[in-house]
Design a protein around this ligand. Structure first.
Ligand code: PLP
Length: 397
């Protein structure tokens, strides 16, 4: 029987798998096949699928109030903002629904601060090659990859792209219009590329020298994944602005833009808004998520299990010439291979392990932070088994 024609826009190159159920670290497809999940909905379901603590808070909130408009106060928003600011260097939070929307808010805040508070009207933002910041017109313009811009001209003005980790070159990109530098501490979509400490120190120095705001996109790296609650905390820096989304509410759509005290004056009533930003339901899911991450020390767990996972991968893939380098921090890990990995990813899926690529040649591992050593052993065995098929090719035998 022919498949019915899909009524969806064809925006995703989907894997040939239809998922219908998730439980903890496992997912199940429509044939009942079980998968070990090392993707976590792209760094979203960090507490695993359908976590009981979040479910209980959500169900309780569903009985109370779903939505009331941001023209009213709701205690959940205040509580979540307190939680996030008490556990970071930020002083204020704006809630929204996605990573792109959080970055859009960050871009707007940086421009408005320079226009209304400092009064310079500087508006240019420096971002980096291979970066990824979202799919709205401003955030795809900020993104340092041409493929997301194809067919969308004209793009908004005010974004400049500099080479990542190039300490020497950076200052040359600053002009009298520059208002901010925006980066991911680990470029995730770009291939799991870490910002080098010396590069980050240079960014901090230049931000001070030229009165620029430092914006860190923590949409993928935030919420414990790298081994600290926020990836920038590894560097001992305090960004002026940082953004969150993916794992913030365990799969309930939610984004947040966080900023320092001095930026509060830039946003006044009516200057920015979002109908669904921080609804009672979304904030209930996020409060349960953040409280669980802190109580169960999931960032520390991510650091420990990430080291274990990298160690296992290095051990099992040693001597495989197809594997170029294994890199990452905590539970965001990339295996860079000598050729495009699309077929390897498909073969790994067939073996019951869900992984995703990051750029053409990198297999990306993003398990939930509740993964066990047993899960890791199983995953590494599957990955090593599939990549072993390349040994003969790579060595030319
Ligand atoms: C996923 C991602 C975004 C975009 O988030 P959406 O919720 O898809 O809009 C932005 N920045 C980074 C670093 C991301 O990984």
């Amino acid at each position: 029987m022919a498949e019915p024609v899909s009524a969806l826009f064809n925006t995703y190159a989907r894997f040939p798998i239809t998922l219908v159920r998730g439980d903890g670290t496992r997912l199940y497809d429509d044939t009942g096949k079980e998968y070990l999940d090392f993707m976590a909905g792209l760094a979203v379901t960090s507490l695993g699928h359908a976590p009981q603590v979040v479910k209980e808070r959500l169900v309780a909130q569903l009985d109370e109030l779903w939505h009331c408009s941001n023209l009213f106060s709701h205690p959940n928003q205040e509580k979540l903002a307190q939680l996030l600011t008490e556990n970071s260097s930020a002083d204020a939070v704006f809630f929204c629904n996605s990573g792109a929307e959080a970055n859009e808010a960050a871009i707007k805040l940086a421009r408005r601060y320079h226009s209304k508070v400092v009064g310079t009207g500087k508006f240019e933002i420096i971002t980096f090659h291979q970066s990824f910041h979202g799919r709205t017109l401003a955030t795809l313009t900020a993104t340092g990859q041409d493929k997301v811009k194809d067919g969308y001209l004209p793009l908004p003005e005010g974004f400049v792209h500099a080479p990542f980790n190039d300490v020497e070159a950076l200052e040359g990109y600053i002009t009298d219009k520059t208002c901010a530098i925006m980066l991911e501490m680990i470029q995730a979509e770009g291939g799991i590329l870490e910002a080098e400490p010396a590069f980050v120190q240079e960014i901090v120095r230049l931000c001070k020298k030229h009165d620029l705001l430092l914006i860190v996109d923590e949409v993928q790296t935030g919420m414990g994944r790298t081994g600290k609650l926020f990836a920038h905390q590894h560097y001992g820096i305090e960004p002026d602005i940082f953004t969150l989304a993916k794992a913030l509410a365990s799969g309930f759509p939610m984004g947040a833009m966080l900023g320092k005290e001095k930026l509060k004056a830039a946003f006044t009533p009516g200057s920015h808004a979002s109908t669904f930003g921080g609804t009672p339901i979304a904030t209930a899911a996020a409060i349960a998520t953040v409280e669980t991450m802190l109580a169960d020390k999931l960032p520390e767990r991510a650091a420990e299990l990430g080291d274990y996972l990298i160690g296992k991968l290095e051990e099992s893939l040693a001597g495989n010439a197809y594997v170029k380098v294994i890199r990452g921090k905590g539970l965001i890990i990339g295996i860079e291979c000598a050729a495009p990995v699309a077929e390897d990813v498909a073969a790994i899926h067939k073996q019951g392990l869900l992984v995703v690529s990051a750029g053409p040649n990198v297999i990306r591992l993003l398990p939930s932070l509740i993964i066990t050593k047993d899960d890791i052993d199983q995953a590494v065995e599957i990955i090593a088994g599939v990549l072993a098929g390349h040994k003969t090719v790579a060595s030319g035998v």
